[in-house]
Design a protein around this ligand. Structure first.
Ligand code: ADP
Length: 312
């Protein structure tokens, strides 16, 4: 449905999006996850034809954004982070206005508004002024706006940002409902948000993709990994690293900042679910080092996210 090829965007000399490649399938709900400043909004603005890429291309159903930007815009609905609503209008009048601008025939407007009202839960607020609405309700009106011409693709920039937990749950439900028929790309900096709503998560950091997988596979990857915290008295850190590396080829021994004088600390990572504490203990028993700490922590999706996006 959408192919993103080597997409790059510079703001003067600053590279905000750095050679992104992506293939988004029809019907997918894809979450673009990353910390603030990672390049999510810039990527979405290029996807919707708002910004021209510095280099690279985006193909939507084989149309190129550099040549067919108008045709591509017709296939897409876009909800920016702050929905651009006319605040002094009633919701009904505002959506009628959007329908006219979008070229919907006059006789079809009432039925389209009814469909959108049902989809986005607007029936109770149709005759309220936009500026009286809570942020969650404004976001629902913004979604109805983005869906007006029944686009095949919906692009949402941080759709739940600034909402309370109930409003977040409501918007999530609407996105999932819409996602049964449409292709959706939405950005978020909140991991649980992507986890709860998306089929696939693409993590970006400093303009680059650092992970791209189905939500389930990322969860499995997290569940199968673990790390062990080890602190020792009377040990030379280099000797410890050398000794522990002999336990298994797939474990990684990282030196940590010592928390206490005379204590050497390490993090031992493994990509398998195997618990190596017994082997570590038996190795250390052969030396004259004493154990101050030997504990195991399971990896979570959150720890993977922090690991992949650290330094931002
Ligand atoms: P995100 O949506 O992930 O928070 P953005 O795409 O908004 O990230 O921004 C990526 C980087 O590009 C940030 O460092 C931001 O400061 C910078 N940036 C965004 N928009 C502009 C702009 N119009 N001019 C210059 N720098 C920008």
């Amino acid at each position: 449905m959408i192919q993103v090829k080597n997409l790059t965007k510079y703001y003067n000399n600053f590279c905000a999006v750095d050679g992104i490649n992506l293939e988004i399938k029809k019907g997918e709900i894809l979450g673009l996850l990353g910390p603030n400043g990672a390049g999510k909004t810039t990527t979405l603005r290029m996807l919707t034809g708002f910004f021209k890429p510095t280099s690279g291309d985006i193909l939507v159903k084989d149309l190129s954004i550099s040549e067919d930007s108008l045709k591509i815009k017709e296939l897409m609905g876009y909800l920016p982070e702050s929905a651009p609503l006319y605040h002094n209008m009633l919701v009904f009048d505002y959506l009628c206005y959007v329908a006219k601008v979008r070229g919907i025939k006059k006789e079809k407007i009432p039925s389209r508004l009814k469909e959108l009202s049902d989809l986005c839960g607007l029936s109770d607020i149709m005759h309220q002024s936009v500026d009286e609405l809570s942020k969650g309700l404004k976001q629902r009106v913004g979604l109805a706006h983005a869906m007006m011409n029944d686009p095949e693709i919906l692009i949402l920039d941080e759709p739940t940002s600034g909402l309370d937990p109930n409003q977040i749950a409501e918007i999530r439900e609407i996105i999932k409902r819409i996602g049964k028929e449409k292709t959706i790309v939405f950005s978020t900096h909140i991991l649980s948000e992507a986890e709860a709503t998306c089929d696939r998560i693409v993590i970006i950091n400093k303009g680059k993709i650092v992970a791209d997988d189905t939500t389930q596979k990322l969860k499995n990857r997290a569940a199968s990994g673990s790390s062990i915290n080890l602190s020792l008295y009377d040990a030379d850190p280099d000797d410890v690293v050398k000794l522990l590396r002999t336990i298994a080829p797939d474990i990684e021994v990282l030196k940590k900042e010592p928390v206490e004088k005379g204590v050497a600390s390490f993090e031992i990572q493994s990509s398998t679910s195997k618990d190596f504490r017994k082997q570590i203990y038996l190795k250390i028993k052969e030396t004259n080092w004493s154990i101050a700490q030997l504990t195991r922590e399971s990896q979570t999706l959150e720890s993977i996210f922090h690991e992949l996006t650290k330094g931002n």
